[in-house]
Design a protein around this ligand. Sequence first.
Ligand code: NZQ
Ligand code: ZN
Length: 393
Amino acid sequence: MQSFEFYCPTEIVFGRGAESKTAAAVQKHGGTRVLIVYGGGSVVRSGLLARLENGLDAAGIAFAVFGGVQPNPRMAHAREGVKAAAKFGADMILAVGGGSVIDTAKAVAHGAANLNIDIGEFWSGRQTVQRSLPVGVVLTIAAAGSETSNSAVLTNEETGKKSGINTDFNRPAFAIMDPELTFTLPKQQIACGIADIMMHTMDRYFTHEEGNEFTDRVAEALLRDVIDHAKRALANRKDYEAMSELMWCGSVSHNGFTGLGRSMDFGVHKLGHELSGKFDVTHGASLTVMWGAWARYVYEDAPERFARFARNVWDVSVGTCEERARGGIRETETFWKELGLPVNFTELGIGVQDEATLKFLADMCTDYGKKTVGCFYPISRAVALDIYRLANH
Ligand code: NZQ
Ligand code: ZN
């Protein structure tokens, strides 16, 4: 095996009824004045927010609420959250929702602990986070994996740039993971979440760094498990077994475990973020649109890796190495289409784009050609443009 460092300090409370352990987790992790961050209202409609408030009240924990986080969360809104946290004197931020809410909570925690620094400085890379407040999570969707990840992704509404920062200060103190809280999810969100979970593992799996057999096998098992449970979850969103498998896979796929001993690529994520930044499309859908185009562009560089993926994830074992590699790419896209997910710009609903827009996306992705993204196949501005062209139909 290759050398690695693994740090995943988040306490996980998983299973039916886990929600009722939230107040105890807040206390255990030192929260006495909690700012609850939530989204557009699903947690109000489901009654979850009221139940959590009652639990905090009963435990004598003071709280204030800050709602209105939208998918592809905005930096300006997170700044409002920093003000709310400071005004309330919060010593913990509790995210109740999905990746957008959790990432906003992380930004609020960084801002509230560093009131002399605008959070935009962290996202621009001009400042690094040196301290933060603890973040707790009550998860309502299996998708982004932010409940255990070291990332937080925000869109800067002034530039249209969607980007993340990676720091161990982004690791939540605890995550309450009660699969029953996902039972109210719309089908489209379940499907996009499935794609995101798969991509967090696939963006780590495609690598030239061999010699990590256990990591590879964990990744393949995780992908097979998600594939096995995806259609069940979409057929019946109250299927506890299916939803619980997806929820745990969502965390493991992005806490670092499926990429130990190798560099992370994440080129497809970066290509997708530009689509979300410009067109405000759902994160998971941005990934299914870009992955096939990316894979067809790069697979000839490492056909054996793609053939292994085809065999161990999709049971494709017939044909030459190149044929099997292409077979795995086809199977993946067919599966996503069966879940109702898009694999090109038209299916994404943004239509075929002109060359100027594709160049803009390639510029944004590579900082106007100043950097490459991804490491499996470094994506320069010219490569990004070619890959966007492949998805542009
Ligand atoms: O806002 P509300 O009303 O709560 O509705 C949300 C939102 O409309 C809804 N929803 C969530 N749980 C629900 C529910 N509706 C009914 N019942 C429930 N139980 O789902 C919609 C999407 O929510 P969002 O939080 O955006 O979903 P997701 O968890 O997929 O997060 C996506 C965001 O996370 C970022 C993405 O870029 C995107 O901005 N990511 C964060 C990562 C990280 N921090 O590690 C890694 C990922 O790669 C990703 O980039
Ligand atoms: Zn993702």
